[in-house]
Design a protein around this ligand. Structure first.
Ligand SMILES: [Zn+2]
Ligand SMILES: [Zn+2]
Length: 107
């Protein structure tokens, strides 16, 4: 609760014509800027478009193929395919390095 420094009447939150939020005295019209109460809307929760599906279960036998790991240069990798939601796009091939477990995909 804020009170007017001029007349001690109760101040209410209001929005000025230019969009700034201020406290305004109900009695004399004195205004005071609202400090530290600005709500900054954050929009940083982006869904990564190319989220790589990592298969955690190592017990599933996966076929191996010759693919060079972009991370360590190893030439053996497990591979599997994942059907994308839109069936007409075909399956995406995923690779996992047998050495460093780095996982990547091929378009
Ligand atoms: Zn006042
Ligand atoms: Zn590797």
């Amino acid at each position: 609760m804020e009170f007017c420094e001029k007349c001690d009447a109760m101040m209410v939150g209001t929005t000025e014509e230019d969009g700034t939020k201020v406290l305004k005295c109900r009695s004399c019209g004195h205004t005071k800027a609202i400090k530290g109460r600005l709500t900054v809307s954050q929009n940083i929760t982006k869904t990564p478009r190319d989220k790589i599906i990592v298969v955690e279960d190592d017990s599933i036998p996966m076929p191996k193929t010759k693919a060079s790991c972009p991370k360590c240069g190893n030439n053996d990798a497990y591979y599997w395919t994942v059907q994308t939601r839109r069936g007409d796009e075909g399956a995406t091939e995923f690779y996992r390095c047998t050495k460093c477990k780095h996982t990547w995909r091929r378009y």
